[in-house]
Write a protein that binds this ligand. Structure first.
Ligand SMILES: *Cc1c(COP(=O)(O)O)cnc(C)c1O
Length: 441
């Protein structure tokens, strides 16, 4: 057992390397021991004095809100500062912070005019937040197949276009990207909006541009397990000023933010409260300054682990449309058959090696096979008839092309905390387990 002491907030993170259950992180906060199962992308792994300093700046003034209180805040504007940093680091004209990645997607859709009855084409492999956001604006999620990029298959997108299609929403899953040139072409031909859910690919690029800045708008999540974290938070990035101004108002009850104080603001449209707090933004500000370090370590650890799997001829890797732009938060690999993959998963489980290796096909919340609540249209309040009908129709929809890919895919999460020794140990054990199973087939 390795113990890693993280000094912020007196949180002790112990990393129990190689024991039996699937994820083993124990956070001992102020003496309480809590075991949680996590899905990791690593901002929180390197957390410390820098974050504490930024949060303390806010605590010193006591102005925890991002708007107003101009005098007492003594020039501390963490959310504004983080938005500026986001535009500079990722190269976009505008950034609007939000309370979460989910609310960033909802806001982006509202600002782009996507609403009741509009169809949004999205992949059947993603995090549930993607379709939650579509449903939240009254639109209809149209789920289509992925390809070996683990993101939208452009041919499947084309085939799903109807007169109601308004938007194509690729999700850059597990650190890497969709085939954006192909999707951009389809959107241009059919006059569709391209909205990138880049929540899982902070720091990834495509042909030199940051993921999330290539479509009409794009979003990141800064939740606790994303590449950089605010604890909770998200952002909408866009080069379109109108989309930005609408996002800015929408996330703050429709305020136009043009008055001399909040009370003097006008409300040109109805909004909501999806604001980020200054405390959350402060954490993100410290994290974004470390992003390059995170990415450097992530890429190095990913490549190092990959060499062990590359040595096995039966193992193939995810197709990455622009290899140099992979953020490397995961190493996603394929085995030749579902049977073999399931046997490898069992073997890893038996040997206590499954932690950090995700078999999405049967695990968690990331693939259509597990979205019973969606397929049964289980909503707390009445959904529109059109939404309900489209969700119930998913019960009869098959995704054989995606099944054939996801049933053979394992994604290994890359930790920033691995030592060279641990990577060697992990790589050797993983490769040995795979070879052992292959030998039996
Ligand atoms: C994390 C995530 C989101 C939502 O982010 P939250 O900040 O947790 O609301 C959306 N889409 C994808 C693909 C994600 O992984």
């Amino acid at each position: 057992m390795n113990a890693v002491f993280v000094n912020a907030l007196d949180v002790i993170l112990t990393f129990d390397y190689g024991s039996k259950a699937s994820s083993k992180y124990y956070f001992s906060t102020f003496g309480t021991l809590v075991k949680i199962q996590i899905f990791l992308m690593p901002g929180f792994e390197l957390f410390g004095d820098e974050e504490r300093k930024e949060v303390n700046d806010v605590l010193e003034t006591g102005i925890l809100m991002r708007y107003g209180f101009d005098g007492p805040r003594k020039g501390i504007w963490k959310a504004l500062e983080l938005e500026k940093a986001i535009t500079e680091v990722f190269g976009c004209n505008h950034a609007q912070l939000t309370s979460s990645g989910t609310s960033a997607l909802t806001t982006a859709m509202c600002a782009l005019g996507i609403g009741a009855g509009d169809e949004v084409i999205m992949p059947c492999f993603t995090f549930v937040a993607s379709f939650e956001a579509v449903l939240s604006v009254g639109a209809i999620p149209v789920l289509v197949d992925i390809d070996e990029t683990l993101t939208l298959d452009p041919a499947a997108v084309k085939a799903a276009i109807t007169s109601k299609t308004k938007c194509v929403m690729p999700v850059h899953m597990c650190g890497s990207m969709a085939d954006l040139d192909a999707l951009k072409l389809i959107c241009a031909e059919h006059h569709l909006i391209l909205l990138e859910d880049a929540c899982q690919s902070i720091g990834g690029t495509y042909k030199g541009k940051s993921l999330g800045t290539i479509g009409d708008a794009g979003t990141f999540s800064f939740d606790f397990v994303k590449t950089i974290t605010c604890a909770e938070g998200g952002v909408i990035m866009t080069n379109n000023k109108e989309v930005f101004v609408k996002s800015d108002g929408y996330t703050d009850h429709g305020h136009d933010h043009l008055g001399v104080d909040r009370g003097a603001d006008l409300h040109p449209f109805i909004g909501y409260n999806f604001r980020i707090s200054e405390l959350h933004a402060a954490v993100g500000l410290a994290q974004i300054r470390k992003l390059n370090t995170f990415l450097t370590i992530q890429k190095r650890n990913n490549k190092a682990l990959r060499t062990y799997l590359e040595a096995i001829p039966e193992v193939n890797f995810r197709k990455v449309p622009d290899e140099s732009g992979d953020s490397c938060s995961f190493l996603s690999w394929f085995l030749p058959s579902e049977e073999l993959t399931k046997a490898v998963v069992s073997e890893l489980k038996e040997q206590g090696l499954l932690a950090g290796n995700f078999y999405w096909f049967v695990n968690n919340w990331h693939y259509i096979s597990k979205w019973d609540h969606l397929k049964n249209a289980v909503t707390l309040n009445p959904a529109s008839e059109a939404q309900k009908a489209s969700l119930l129709a998913l019960q009869q929809t098959q995704f054989p092309a995606s099944d054939a890919i996801m049933s053979r895919c394992i994604s290994t999460a890359i930790s920033l905390l691995w030592t060279d020794e641990q990577i060697k140990d992990k790589g050797e054990k993983l490769a040995a387990a795979i070879r052992k199973v292959i030998g039996k087939f």
